[in-house]
Design a protein around this ligand. Sequence first.
Ligand SMILES: NC(=O)c1ccc[n+]([C@@H]2O[C@H](COP(=O)([O-])OP(=O)(O)OC[C@H]3O[C@@H](n4cnc5c(N)ncnc54)[C@H](O)[C@@H]3O)[C@@H](O)[C@H]2O)c1
Length: 290
Amino acid sequence: MTFQKVGIAGAGLMGSGIAQVCAQVGMQVVMMDIEPSALEKAKEGIAWSVGKFVEKGKLSEDVGTILARISVTTDIQAMKDMDIVVENVPEDINVKREVFKTLSGIVRKDTLLGTDTSAIPITELAAVSRHPERVLGLHFFSPAQMMQVVEVIRGVMTNDDTMEGGVAFVKAIGKRPIRVERDVAGFLLNRINFPGTVEAIRLVEEGIATVEEIDTGMRLAFGRKMGPFETGDMVGLDVMMKAMMSTYEETKDMKFYPPVLMQRKVLAGHLGIKTRKGWYDYNEDGTRKA
Ligand SMILES: NC(=O)c1ccc[n+]([C@@H]2O[C@H](COP(=O)([O-])OP(=O)(O)OC[C@H]3O[C@@H](n4cnc5c(N)ncnc54)[C@H](O)[C@@H]3O)[C@@H](O)[C@H]2O)c1
């Protein structure tokens, strides 16, 4: 299975990041979104980010060569000749179902349909698709340009060829695939990470330690690049809370339940780096205030 032509459905934060990663390894990318303004913003963001990589000597090609591989459209029909389509529309089951229904009627029979959902069962999207055996989860981590790992998730109907194709695609874009052999809530890595984050927030709520102390301790003790609160601010407290809540709803296990302190921060709009306030305060350029 080769991946020359990649379709990206939904060109927001994740879709634009994935489009960039694919173009950087030489793939032709068609980025589709229903909002022309989202496509404009995505193009600008990609140009800026590729520029940064080139400046730091991390890419051998120039910005123009890489950008020339990405075309944009508001017409979903443009997905018809893709080797793989990675769906990145909002985390809303109705929107995603509609996109899968339409997409699966347009693409070739052998096209892989991957979803970057954080928490919606892969099987539910496969069920509305014409070839459910070609549907799989491709769960990226944000920012997709930087994070080196992608979960490749098997839905109930996903066949072996599709799993192998997903693994091959992730390797082809220079990332490490992590195979997840069953479609469970939270998939694999969040399922492991969320309980630790919930516990860290509870310890802050109880006044046992500060956010800074926990993050510093977790970094130094376990060789992590970021502590749980730093990760939360980067991902977005709203995004993380929603994913925790859906994992809780499916498992009914309190270890995934977002603590009140987190819920209140989300209500207050303190969502992390994107709102310049979360567990920490941030400057305009996203650096942390001293
Ligand atoms: N943000 C994260 O950290 C993160 C990490 C992993 C996975 N995800 C998942 O990735 C997906 C996208 O998240 P995001 O943060 O990029 O969202 P986003 O809101 O930044 O982008 C979504 C884009 O989809 C577009 N869109 C809406 N309806 C559409 C349609 N019918 N067809 C085509 N485009 C449509 C919107 O205009 C928007 O540009 C979600 O399922 C999310 O759960 C997010």
